[in-house]
Design a protein around this ligand. Structure first.
Ligand SMILES: NC(=O)c1ccc[n+]([C@@H]2O[C@H](COP(=O)([O-])OP(=O)(O)OC[C@H]3O[C@@H](n4cnc5c(N)ncnc54)[C@H](O)[C@@H]3O)[C@@H](O)[C@H]2O)c1
Ligand SMILES: [Zn+2]
Length: 366
């Protein structure tokens, strides 16, 4: 049994992140250490894929047998469930299950479930204790930092709250059932964390590319390292006024590319393309060396991520970038790598510069 612990300081208090391969087996003792004892209501939110795999039933059974009161709500798997009507469905299920101020909402799932259940926990009765149990690789990113929320028809993540969990209990054995494409999507964020804050993590990714789950010890080591980068940043800038923007590497172009594909591209796939374009922009600005730019591109490809531009024109991409909520008036804001393990935020990027980077990638692929 391996167990790693990280601790995160947030304005609302400190919370632990536990990474291990038998966290579910030992869930009762973990709840005890958090002061959550038998008799309390635990409301599990999960999705249809996790239910079909038996993960929901197994957790429910373990907790019920130990003497917790259990409520369960399973929503349709996929980002479409991060909406107002599913949120209302959760509130109703919470009322029915007798969720009170002293109950605990557990998000068993990926980023969709974490964001949705987290926002429900943040708002129901003005705040119910919330625990993240991530089941995807991407959730190493989304479960940290306290951002919760839902989408509106007008855009993703437009309604939300900063609501740190009481704990993140990350049992990596869930990753053994994760489809390989979801693994690769999550790897894009792991690579991002290496680029912006940990050169040794990046070097490991160069030496050992992984396109699928490769067992608990390798995953725990990888995730501990990647999560430590994010922990350091969100601790210093919980509400995204400065430093936290570094986490947007690849995301400015990536979000536009993701939207343009009508979400046929996964989030990690889109930010992989975003990183390729944005790194070129960093090279043009003299911020990043050609060598490091190439290293990043090679690592993305080695992890099975796309590095070629989509078919659409730059005009279509830039129209979508303009409406990104992260852009203020002066120019477009980008987080750009300056070397492997270091990044900076620039706020004066012009559409012409992005177009030049875009065209440089297009021309080099031809
Ligand atoms: N809050 C934040 O800071 C933050 C950061 C990044 C992303 N996000 C959000 O995260 C979401 C994306 O997260 P995601 O990629 O984890 O999506 P997801 O929750 O939709 O999971 C991806 C897919 O994998 C399935 N799945 C999950 N765990 C599984 C397992 N162990 N075995 C088999 N299948 C499994 C899910 O059912 C789903 O089909 C987006 O909504 C994004 O906006 C939030
Ligand atoms: Zn992301």
């Amino acid at each position: 049994m391996t167990l790693q612990t990280l601790t995160i300081q947030s304005a609302q208090g400190t919370y632990p992140v536990l990474l291990g391969d038998s966290i579910v087996e030992d869930i009762v003792s973990h709840l005890h250490s958090l002061g959550i004892l038998e008799g309390r209501t635990v409301f599990i939110v999960s999705d249809t894929h996790l239910e079909a795999l038996g993960h929901v039933q197994a957790l429910k059974h373990r907790l019920r047998t130990a003497g917790y009161q259990i409520g369960v709500s399973v929503v349709t798997a996929g980002d479409e469930s991060k909406n107002v009507s599913t949120l209302c469905f959760l509130y109703e299920a919470m009322i029915e299950a007798g969720v009170r101020r002293d109950s605990v909402v557990v998000a068993l799932g990926g980023g969709v479930i974490g964001d949705l259940a987290g926002f429900a926990a943040a708002t129901f009765l003005r705040g119910v204790t919330f625990i993240q149990m991530p089941t995807t690789l991407l959730a190493h990113d989304s479960s940290l930092g306290g951002k919760t929320g839902i989408n509106l028809p007008q855009g993703k993540n437009l309604v939300g709250a900063y609501y740190p969990p009481r704990a993140v209990l990350y049992d990596v054995s869930y990753l053994s059932t994760l489809p390989n494409r979801e693994w690769r999507n999550g790897m894009a964020e792991v690579i991002k964390h290496g680029i912006l804050g940990d050169a040794s993590l990046f070097e490991k990714l160069e030496e050992h590319p992984s396109q699928m789950y490769s067992g608990p010890s390798a995953s725990i080591a990888l995730l501990t390292q990647a999560m430590s980068v994010k922990v350091k940043i969100v601790e210093q800038d919980e509400h995204e006024t400065g430093l936290r923007m570094l986490l947007n590497i690849g995301h400015t172009v990536g979000h536009a590319v993701e939207k343009l594909s009508q979400y046929a591209l996964g989030h990690g796939e889109a930010i992989s393309i975003g990183m390729v374009v944005e790194n070129q922009l960093a090279v043009h600005r003299g911020l990043l060396s050609e060598v490091d730019c190439r290293r990043i591109c090679t690592v993305l490809a080695a992890h099975g991520l796309p590095t070629q531009l989509p078919e659409q024109s730059f005009a279509e991409v830039s129209a979508l970038m303009g409406v990104d909520k992260k852009h203020l008036n002066q120019g477009w804001t980008f987080a750009l790598p300056t070397e492997i393990g270091q990044a900076t935020v620039v706020r004066d990027v012009t559409p012409a510069e992005v177009e030049r980077a875009w065209n440089a990638i297009r021309d080099c692929a031809n």
